[in-house]
Design a protein around this ligand. Structure first.
Ligand SMILES: NC(=O)c1ccc[n+]([C@@H]2O[C@H](COP(=O)([O-])OP(=O)(O)OC[C@H]3O[C@@H](n4cnc5c(N)ncnc54)[C@H](OP(=O)(O)O)[C@@H]3O)[C@@H](O)[C@H]2O)c1
Length: 353
């Protein structure tokens, strides 16, 4: 029996995680948390907002599924990593922001860190049991989002509703906007670096518009392993929660009877600069990834609130990164300060409508 704490239970990932937990008798929902929506009676222990580590202390779960959106997920990520409690991580922002601090906590705790992000779950499965010396490079796939193929001019006046109309995935609003700007792929590049210990030059991003190929790993002997499946987050959620058993899910296997064409194309880094900006932040290291994430969160919230044009998201993040010092965080207090400073700069520098 695995006792699972689902954080962000009211969200897109959280609701799908509940479905997986309910369908497996060996999984027990021990605790649940949301940010503001009421969840009384959903689990034996619940918490709405506040410091989620208090809920985790009371629960002592076997697995923490962190599906909180944004930097707010950080304390729970560090709580699980520090204690060696299995962490099923959807909240990529916390790993991106904490970077080295999170890796040090994982080292001390010695527990499992299982990615829930579909690309990273896929890469984890392609890599499993193989040393990184055997790896030539990792390839993360992206759908390209709703604005794939558009020019910069065509993005001047796009609305939040247009950005929220993702072609292949149904997700929460923040990650959907991140997918439209390619900031999500930037966050995933940073996440992959920290998860798999690969340098940035060995992590590539390619567009695969139908989101059937989730990731590929190229090995040094010329072979490449790919992970395929219909785009459905219940697969990586189930993989992480039932690891290493790989329990059954209701998702149908790939059907080739109607033919299946897989097309790949390079991302347009000029129209969607945030992928390259994230790569630059990763290469600079220190708290640059944390600042990238913080400025992006501020800008996405402003865009969704109708206060910032879509192209203003990238401009805000770029401007913020030129102003932060990016000094490495020695501890959580340093990291919180770096996040707060980047938010202040982003708020101040935003060219609001
Ligand atoms: N959705 C996907 O398919 C997908 C795929 C890959 C990765 N991810 C990652 O998974 C995470 C969640 O994404 P999502 O799409 O599920 O987001 P979402 O639908 O917006 O849900 C976010 C969840 O976080 C909770 N929350 C927000 N602030 C909180 C706080 N301060 N304390 C506690 N809980 C808080 C929300 O509670 P309230 O409802 O009460 O506000 C909600 O339950 C993100 O990091 C995202 O990048 C998502």
């Amino acid at each position: 029996m695995k006792r699972v704490a689902v954080l962000g239970v009211t969200g897109s990932i959280g609701r799908q995680a509940l479905e997986i937990v309910e369908s497996h008798p060996e999984l027990e929902l021990a605790a649940a948390a949301s940010g503001s929506q009421p969840i009384d009676g959903l689990a034996p222990l619940t918490q709405v907002g506040g410091d989620l580590t208090e809920l985790l202390d009371r629960t002592e779960p076997d697995v923490v599924l962190n599906a909180v959106v944004g930097f707010a997920g950080l304390p729970a990520t560090l709580w699980a990593l520090e204690r060696g409690v299995t962490l099923a991580l959807a909240n990529k922002e916390s790993l991106v922001a904490a970077g080295e601090l999170a890796l040090q906590a994982r080292e001390r705790g010695g527990g499992l860190l299982l990615p829930v992000d579909s690309e990273h779950s896929a890469a984890f499965q392609c890599l499993e049991g193989r040393s990184t010396e055997q790896v030539d490079s990792l390839v993360l796939t992206a759908s390209g989002g709703p604005f794939r193929g558009r020019t910069r001019d065509e993005l001047e006046d796009v609305t939040p509703d247009e950005a929220l109309a993702h072609p292949t995935w149904r997700m929460g609003p923040k990650i959907t906007v991140d997918s439209a700007s390619l900031a999500n792929k930037g966050l995933e590049l940073l996440e992959a670096h920290f998860l798999f210990g690969l340098p940035y030059e060995r992590i590539e991003v390619v567009l695969q518009p139908t989101s059937v190929v989730h990731a590929l790993v190229r090995f040094r002997d010329g072979a490449a392993l790919a992970h395929l499946g219909y785009p459905d987050m219940r697969v990586p959620i189930s993989f992480a929660l039932t690891y290493p058993e790989r329990a059954a899910t209701p998702i149908p296997p790939l059907d080739f009877s109607q033919g299946l064409v897989l097309e790949f194309e390079p991302p347009d880094l000029e129209t969607f600069p945030l992928l390259a900006v994230a790569r630059g932040a990763g290469e600079q290291g220190g708290t640059f990834p944390c600042a990238f994430n913080a400025a992006n969160e501020v800008a996405v919230a402003a865009f969704l609130g109708g206060k910032l044009p879509f192209l203003g998201i990238a401009a805000t993040v770029e401007d913020t990164l030129t102003e932060v010092d990016g000094a490495p965080a020695r501890d959580l207090a340093d990291l919180l300060e770096a996040d707060a400073e980047a938010r202040r700069l982003a708020e101040k520098g935003m060219k609001v409508a």
